[in-house]
Ligand binder design. Structure first.
Ligand code: WT7
Length: 647
């Protein structure tokens, strides 16, 4: 049985070598709050190489909102991730790559990675990419995805990585919104033995993107693909023509580094904009402290570079610290459920960072696939992306880590750039399911519905009261949306969209989103996005999408669909709707359930009562709440009658 009140102190083996103990954490945390300018200046000096120092450490105002860190300073991110390591770590492995098939591996030393980045950076320049231009990266998990990101940073181009699982239409929207002039992609990706037609998807997306002048195509599978003369160029041909010396651009600390699209509760995904100095500092520093990173660690974050976790904790944080970072092309259950643990043994992985959904899926396969591997190299475990239930936490801790490796439950968001609430291996007693305490400089608070701050033990909406270096600076091209989304609910505070509880030890327990954002297998989706896709179908009058609790995925997608009058539902139509969502967004947005609804529960003013729809989807029929204020309370009974039990 799971003891929900268990507390796990710092293991002695960890305490012996950890960078920080509990007292260090408390002292440093206090200093980071009382003297943020002094604290961050020290950290910036320690973790980052600057070409020119800053005039001012920070300058922010959440009312405007305006956020600036290290203004006046100059630096280059690819220099920080590569050049500065060459003297002492030139031959050290920067990237260990493992392909979809077990044992298919490649390694790149820091020197080799540096050369690859310089060549591609020059190649991009030859194709007319300049400082400030946007480059879209739509790649499988191969080292060249990281090379592409770093090549952009080298010449001051702003990358926008789009997850390889997104559909042509989703790719098109993101390329258009950022007005990208070049796309870097591959012929195909391979995941779990399945091919993903990245080049064909790109061709389809680009039908409506006249601004794209060049498509660079990396050959992953050598599959035959369509070729547009003058627009398309082979990655290897491009870099073969390019010089391997490429002096990095000197970038301002507040120059944009990348755009990454993420879902909100309304409208289309927004382009989260991160800038150069603050972001790379946050990524490097959190990677160092949260994973208690040491020079000889072999570090593996299982995310995809298409998500912020891949940006900060596969590429930027580890490489800024001169670490060996593992990149994996495949999935946890291919060819079987031992894959991850065999990789841990094969590469001698010491730090392993994954998502609760992967842990739950592997837990279902039982202990045997884990126990037949050694895993004795493991030192630190981490999770990110969604709340981790104590059962999964315990299995991860006891079976995977043999009760020896502390589990870092890290809470953060695309918007925060880096980890915000987290244990530190040598400093924090662990409670399964709690992200524990704020990282340096982070000031979380809980608010009630009326905007009053709650003190002590409490549950409420999670806000952050002061800026941190890795904070997003704006929504690309729409500062008003930035202000509205994050700074209007609680004036003077950044609103996270999450709910949380704080216990008597001051530990935070994230309870999940309080807005209309879904978290499906750690992938963030807006209910509005799925609804917009569904109503594109000519027979659909209205759609309402909610999440429901799912054992493996965390949340599943439950869609209520009303048809135009005179239209009758049938299984073929259901399939058409599913295909439509996959086409508009991608397979990750596939609804688990589509329920035909004659009517939706609405207030008299016409607002859909999602609260009721969520309760029906979750089969929590005793707690529907007051339905008497609905325009037509009878629709609720009908929806309950026709409720579909998710598989
Ligand atoms: C949302 C952000 C940050 C990288 C991955 C997701 C949820 C994230 C945790 C955690 C509970 C978590 C939140 C957050 N979340 N980490 N440790 N415990 N919930 O980034 O796609 O921007 O999603 O993920 O709900 O708001 P993202």
């Amino acid at each position: 049985m799971v003891d929900r009140n268990a507390v796990y102190p710092v293991p002695e083996t960890i305490a012996k070598t950890a960078h920080l103990n509990q007292a260090d954490y408390q002292t440093l945390y206090r200093r980071s709050i009382e003297d943020p300018e002094g604290f961050w200046a020290e950290q910036a000096d320690r973790f980052i190489d600057w070409y020119r120092p800053w005039d001012r450490v920070m300058d922010w105002d959440f009312h405007e909102p305006r956020i600036r860190w290290f203004e006046g300073a100059e630096l280059n991110v690819s220099h920080n991730c590569l050049d500065r390591h060459l003297e002492t770590r030139g031959d050290k492995t920067a990237i260990i790559w493992e392909g979809d098939e077990p044992g298919e591996t490649r390694t790149l030393s820091y020197r080799e990675l540096h050369t690859a980045v310089c060549r591609l950076a020059n190649g991009l320049r030859m194709r007319g990419v300049r400082r400030g231009d946007r480059v879209c990266i739509y790649m499988p998990m191969v080292p060249e995805a990281a090379v592409a990101m770093l090549a952009c940073t080298r010449i001051g181009a702003i990358h926008s990585v789009v997850f390889g699982g997104f559909s042509p239409n989703a790719l098109r929207d993101r390329i258009q919104d950022a007005d990208c002039k070049l796309v870097i992609t591959a012929d195909e990706g391979i995941r779990g033995g399945k091919r993903i037609p990245l080049k064909a998807n790109t061709d389809a997306a680009l039908k409506d993107c006249p601004g794209v002048e060049t498509v660079v195509v990396y050959r992953r599978t050598e599959a035959e693909v369509e070729w547009v003369t003058d627009r398309d160029i082979d990655y290897h041909e491009l870099v073969a023509q390019a010089d391997d010396e490429c002096p990095p651009e000197s970038m301002g600390a507040e120059d944009p580094l990348f755009i990454l699209y993420t879902s909100g509760s309304t409208g289309k995904p927004k382009g989260v904009l991160h800038t150069t100095g603050g972001y790379i500092l946050q990524a490097a520093m959190t990677h160092h402290y949260v994973f208690d990173y040491h020079e000889d660690d072999i570090y593996w974050c299982t995310a995809d570079v298409g998500w912020v976790t891949g940006h900060s904790y596969i590429v930027y944080g580890p490489l800024a610290n001169g670490a060996t970072t593992v990149m994996f092309e495949g999935v946890p259950n291919y060819p079987d459920a031992s894959r991850h643990w065999e990789m841990v043994d094969r590469h001698g992985i010491t730090i392993y960072y994954t998502a609760p959904t992967a842990i739950r899926a592997l837990m279902r396969a039982g202990d045997e696939p884990v126990k037949k591997t050694r895993r004795d190299s493991l030192r630190i475990l981490g999770t990110v992306g969604e709340p981790i239930n104590p059962e999964a936490w315990n299995w991860y801790h006891q079976v995977v880590g043999e009760s020896r490796c502390p589990v870092m439950d890290t809470w953060w968001q695309t918007e925060t750039g880096g980890i915000m609430i987290t244990p530190l291996p040598g400093a924090t007693d662990l409670k399964p399911g709690s992200a524990t305490l704020p990282f340096f400089g982070v000031q979380p608070a809980l608010m009630d519905a009326d905007g009053r701050e709650l003190e002590g033990e409490a549950a409420g909406n999670l806000v952050i009261k002061a800026s941190w270096p890795g904070q997003m600076r704006t929504v690309y091209g729409d500062h008003e949306r930035f202000a509205q989304t994050y700074f209007s609910a609680y004036p003077g505070c950044y609103f996270t969209g999450d709910g949380a509880r704080r216990d008597s030890d001051g530990y935070y327990w994230i309870t999940g989103r309080v807005d209309d954002v879904l978290n499906v297998s750690g992938h963030r989706l807006g209910t509005a996005e799925v609804e917009s896709a569904l109503v594109l179908h000519s027979t659909v009058a209205e759609a309402a999408v909610v999440g429901f609790p799912h054992d493996v995925k965390g949340q599943g997608i439950y869609a209520y669909v009303s048809l135009m009058s005179g239209k009758t539902p049938d299984p073929a139509l259901k399939q058409e709707l599913i295909d439509l969502v996959r086409k508009e967004i991608g397979p990750i947005a596939t609804p688990d359930v589509i329920q035909w609804a004659a009517g939706l529960p609405k207030t008299r003013s016409g607002k859909i009562m999602r609260r009721i729809l969520r309760k029906i989807a979750a089969n929590e029929l005793d707690s529907l709440g007051d339905t008497s204020t609905l325009a037509d309370p009878a629709v609720v009974d009908e929806l309950i009658d026709q409720r579909i039990e998710p598989k």
